[in-house]
Design a protein around this ligand. Structure first.
Ligand SMILES: [Zn+2]
Length: 115
């Protein structure tokens, strides 16, 4: 286990409202992580270091949703030994959308977009 992705658990309607508000406020990146059909963890204003982990198409970690005392949590686990100063990354696995977000991960196996 590397770190838990901490934030505020919110429903889809709230996530949609916040996404618009963050856009209006000029907060570029969204730190929302879906854990269920109607549950999203929002780390935009109350997260920990996990929210700064970048995406990679060839990552050294992966995110897993686990249940602890009936509460869903996101935990980042390593896939392999990680060296000192090596960047920690995981695959965001964003759903496919028409409007593509370009991926700049630099991996040889890069898919070219995050979604
Ligand atoms: Zn990539």
């Amino acid at each position: 286990m590397v770190i838990e992705y901490v934030g505020q658990t919110i429903r889809q309607v709230i996530a949609d409202m916040r996404e618009k508000r963050y856009e209006d406020e000029g907060i570029g990146s969204s730190y929302m992580f879906r854990i269920a059909q109607d549950a999203i963890i929002d780390a935009t204003k109350c997260g920990n270091l996990a929210r700064f982990i970048n995406h990679s198409c060839n990552p050294n970690c992966y995110a897993k949703i686990i249940t602890v005392e009936s509460q869903k949590k996101i935990v980042i686990y390593s896939r392999q030994p990680i060296s000192i100063n090596e960047e920690i990354t995981y695959d965001y696995k964003f759903p496919l959308e028409d409007e593509k977000i370009p991926c700049l991960c630099g991996a040889g196996s890069c898919r070219g977009s995050l979604n």
